[in-house]
Design a protein around this ligand. Structure first.
Ligand code: MG
Length: 203
C-alpha cells in the first residue's frame, strides 16, 4: 500500500507558503510506516520544532490501474475519507532551500493520519464537499473540494502515468489555507460536512 499526496492544490494555501502556482499536480509519496488510523495519538517527534497540521480529503483506490484516462478515473475509487498530512515545516524549508528531497519532512512515522471512509454515493456532488479541522474546539482550517486546482479525477489520471495504482492505495488531495503548528495535548477533530471523521490528541 502506498500513499500519494498532492501538494499545492489550493490557491490560498500556495500563497500562504509563498509557492508558485503549479501547472501539473505536485506529487510526493508517504510509506505505509507513516500511517496512523483509528484516532490513535500522534507523538511529536524530536527532530522538528515545527510540526504543522494539513487537513485533507482522502480517496481510497479500489482497482488496479495505470495510464487511467480522466473520464474513467471515477471508476477507480468509491470511498472518501479525511486525513492529516503532518509536515515538519522547519525540515521541509531546509530541504527546499538545499534542493533536496523532502521525505524526512513529509513521510516520517505518524505523518499520515487516516480516518475511516465513507461511500462516495453519500455525497450529492464530489466537487462540493465541505471539510474542516478544529483544534481544541476552534476551527483552524476549512475547505471545499470545489476549490481544488486539480480535481480528484485529474489527480488520479496524472499520478497513474508514473505510479501503478493498486487497491488500498490512498491519495491525499491537498490542504486549504490555515496550516499551523501543533503542540502537546492539542485535540484535533476533523469533519467532512457534519460527520466527525477524526478525533485524536497530540502527545
Ligand atoms: Mg499536504
Amino acid at each position: 500500500m502506498k500513499i500519494i499526496c498532492v501538494g499545492r492544490n489550493y490557491l490560498p494555501h500556495i500563497k500562504e507558503l509563498g509557492h508558485k502556482v503549479p501547472e501539473q499536480p505536485t506529487l510526493f509519496l508517504k510509506p505505509d510506516s507513516s500511517v496512523i488510523t483509528r484516532n490513535r495519538p500522534f507523538f511529536l517527534p524530536d527532530f522538528s520544532q515545527q510540526i504543522e497540521y494539513e487537513v485533507e480529503l482522502l480517496v481510497r483506490i479500489d482497482k488496479v490501474g495505470k495510464y487511467i484516462q480522466e473520464k474513467f478515473a471515477h471508476t477507480y475509487y468509491h470511498e472518501i475519507g479525511l486525513g492529516i498530512d503532518f509536515t515538519a515545516r522547519d525540515l521541509q524549508k531546509n530541504c527546499i532551500e538545499e534542493g533536496n528531497p523532502w521525505e524526512i519532512a513529509k513521510a516520517f512515522d505518524g505523518s499520515a493520519i487516516i480516518s475511516q471512509f465513507i461511500e462516495k454515493e453519500k455525497f450529492a456532488d464530489l466537487n462540493n464537499i465541505n471539510f474542516h479541522l478544529n483544534i481544541n474546539g476552534t476551527t483552524v482550517q476549512s475547505g471545499n473540494s470545489g476549490e481544488m486546482l486539480f480535481s480528484i479525477d485529474q489527480i488520479i489520471s496524472y499520478a497513474s502515468q508514473f505510479f501503478t495504482l493498486k487497491t488500498g492505495d490512498i491519495i491525499f488531495t491537498g490542504t486549504p489555507k490555515g496550516v499551523g503548528k501543533v503542540a502537546i495535548n492539542d485535540l484535533l477533530e476533523g469533519w467532512i460536512e457534519d460527520r466527525r471523521m477524526l478525533n485524536f490528541r497530540v502527545k
